[in-house]
Design a binder for this molecule. Structure first.
Ligand code: NAD
Length: 425
């Protein structure tokens, strides 16, 4: 029998859902949000928990727990990734689903917010086991997913491969192929050019826009990035191409620091050859995971997981700019400290919206059966992000609030107004 663990003592504001609610409350107060709408928006419209028994390669049967939360579908079909991680919890997925609602509203795409997850450790599973699990999850969510209802996408621990299995399982059940049911697919299966690097590209665009406001140039700007997966590695590469000096990177194996700058394409190749890990990366000195946050750099980009910047390490941050590639990397307990230190934060719901923008483009192309060029995709997504950045920055200045609260204000106002027009009561 597994050993019971005693619960760790955690600050409630370090719980992702509480952190999200704290900012939601603050923004709602700023705009004196109507109480009925407040109560409506604070609860997800649907919460699904499923049990997924699958056979493992050794012949045994194991049951996994899967979740899908639809936070809102008032702006359109709900949209959000699926996370495979051993630490996935209902509260985490609830927070991630709400962030999707705010994110889609800020960048002005006609989607509501959702998120899914399966509590599993994909690194310890074979491809066959992951395929069976993905198909079981899709089957369990057959009535939830749909090209005009709820459209999943990749998140941590999933990618084009899982999205292809999901699309195939959905097609089998419906007797016809429906590409638009999921985004982030392989290009051959209706995927979109530029989708893989889209979130990292958006992080790069947001970083450049913020540096501009700080009257700083990207050339020789020093950057530390936590997380070297899809978002972190592409953001690193694109920023390096624009003259940025990436001095530290990290992943689950540890953090690596080289004040002269790390050769990012070489690091990406290393990860590819090293089973997806930076372990033993020799071109930089190994430092502790925590030390990455207090390095003397201009820009800090958390691009791994939630609550890595808390009241315990916020004081040690030396960066002038934080660009949140990950969802929820800063706990609400750290907001005040960061604000008082004068650090500019580009919040997650703006900084990492490049992924959902290009997912939206994929969905449009699937619906009309026509492919856009990479140039068109980049041009349009860059424009949408720059416009959203400008709007959030302006609101922050006008209302004298952080960019995070400004982003929540804009998103909540839009969703609340839509509810009022639709009169869904
Ligand atoms: P990924 O699985 O490709 O990569 C995650 C990276 O983080 C890996 O390098 C992993 O080793 C590292 N990591 C995990 N836990 C860590 C820890 N405790 N310390 C240091 N490194 C750690 O995931 P991804 O798709 O790059 O997603 C990263 C973040 O960005 C998540 O918060 C995700 O929700 C968010 N996000 C992703 C997308 C997307 O399009 N992929 C879009 C928007 C937001």
């Amino acid at each position: 029998m597994p050993q019971a663990q005693s619960p760790a003592v955690v600050n409630p504001l370090d719980n992702p859902f509480e952190s999200m609610m704290y900012r939601f409350d603050e923004a709602s107060k700023c705009i004196e949000l109507n109480e009925a709408i407040y109560n409506l928006l604070k609860n997800p419209v649907k919460q699904i928990i499923v049990s997924l028994p699958i056979s493992l390669d050794d012949g045994s049967i194991k049951t996994f727990e899967g979740y899908r939360i639809i936070h809102s579908n008032v702006l359109g079909p709900s949209k959000g990734g699926i996370r495979y991680d051993i630490n996935v919890s209902l509260d985490e997925v609830k927070a991630l689903a709400a962030w999707m609602t705010w994110k889609c509203a800020i960048v002005d795409i006609p989607y509501g917010g959702a998120k899914g997850g399966i509590k599993c450790n994909p690194k310890n599973m074979s491809a066959n086991e992951i395929e069976r699990l993905t198909r079981a999850y899709t089957l369990a969510m057959m009535d939830i997913f749909g090209p005009n209802k709820d459209i999943p996408a990749p998140d941590m621990g999933t990618g084009p491969r899982e999205m292809a299995w999901l699309m195939d399982e959905y097609a089998k059940a419906h007797g016809s192929t429906e590409y638009a049911v999921v985004t982030g697919k392989p290009i051959l299966l209706g995927g979109c050019l530029g989708r893989v690097e889209a979130t990292g590209r958006g992080v790069m665009i947001a970083t450049l826009a913020a540096l501009d406001q700080l009257k700083m140039n990207s050339y020789n700007t020093t950057i530390a990035i936590q997380g070297f997966g899809n978002v972190g590695s592409h953001a690193a590469h694109l920023l390096m191409e624009r003259g940025g000096k990436i001095v530290a990177i990290s992943d689950i194996s540890g953090a690596y620091y080289n004040p002269q700058g790390i050769d990012i394409p070489a690091a990406m190749q290393y990860v590819k050859n090293n089973h997806g890990s930076l372990d033993n990366f020799a071109q930089a000195e190994k430092i502790t995971a925590e030390a990455l946050f207090s390095l003397p750099v201009d820009v800090l980009i958390p691009a791994a997981t939630e609550n890595v910047i808390t009241k315990h390490n916020a004081n040690k941050i030396q960066a002038k700019l934080i660009v949140e590639g990950a969802n929820g990397p800063t706990s609400a307990s750290a907001d005040k400290i960061i604000h008082e230190k004068g650090i500019l934060v580009v919040p997650d719901i703006l900084a990492n919206a490049g992924g959902v923008i290009v997912s939206y483009f994929e969905w449009i192309q699937n619906k009309v059966g026509y492919s856009w060029t990479l140039e068109r995709i980049k041009r349009r997504s860059d424009r949408m992000l720059k416009d959203a950045f400008a709007m959030v920055y302006k609101t922050a200045q006008q209302k004298k609030v952080s960019m995070r609260i400004a982003a929540y204000i804009l998103a909540i106002e839009k969703v609340a107004k839509t509810y009022q027009y639709r009169g869904k009561f």
